[in-house]
Design a protein around this ligand. Structure first.
Ligand SMILES: [Zn+2]
Length: 156
């Protein structure tokens, strides 16, 4: 029998798998939410608004596309109501705006893999008493877009 994986590792593996569904060729981010009993509420990834079909050439503009991308954490929060999720795992540390949104949804523990230096998430977590922790090792890490070399960097 193998060792049983921890809840943060479990959540991170789910987030990593979700990131594989991202349609953004430059930045693939996945996220997973668990409730107070560690049951999976859902997973999400960054992308365009549901049902939106981008015009030809849309993905050619690497900078221009950014403002249209809905972040994985925002898409994740559309799956539950405030207080329903306790744990969120994201493949990349939430940006400042997503961290604020996760706070507003009452998330108590946030796990991430990739560091995002421009984010104020650590400061926000400190102030509000939210656990923000890096998970470096997780199952299925060979499928990570960054670790497997399919994407040079998930952060830009
Ligand atoms: Zn964000």
């Amino acid at each position: 029998m193998g060792e049983r994986i921890s809840i943060p590792e479990y959540a991170m593996a789910l987030a990593q798998v979700a990131s594989l569904r991202s349609e953004d060729p430059y930045r693939k981010v996945g996220a997973a939410a668990l409730d107070a009993d560690n049951r999976v509420i859902g997973t999400a990834y960054n992308g365009l608004a549901p049902g939106f079909d981008p015009p030809p050439g849309f993905w050619d503009d690497r900078d221009g596309r950014q403002k249209f991308m809905l972040h994985a954490e925002i898409n994740l929060c559309s799956l539950f109501r405030r207080g329903e999720a306790r744990i969120v795992a994201t493949t990349t540390m939430p940006c400042t705006s997503c961290m604020q949104t996760l706070c507003s949804y009452g998330i108590k523990e946030i796990y991430y893999n990739e560091i995002y230096r421009e984010s104020d998430a650590p400061e926000i977590a400190d102030l509000y008493g939210i656990k923000l922790e890096r998970v470096e090792c997780f199952p299925l890490s060979e499928f990570s877009p960054v670790l497997s070399g399919r994407v040079v960097s998930a952060v830009e």
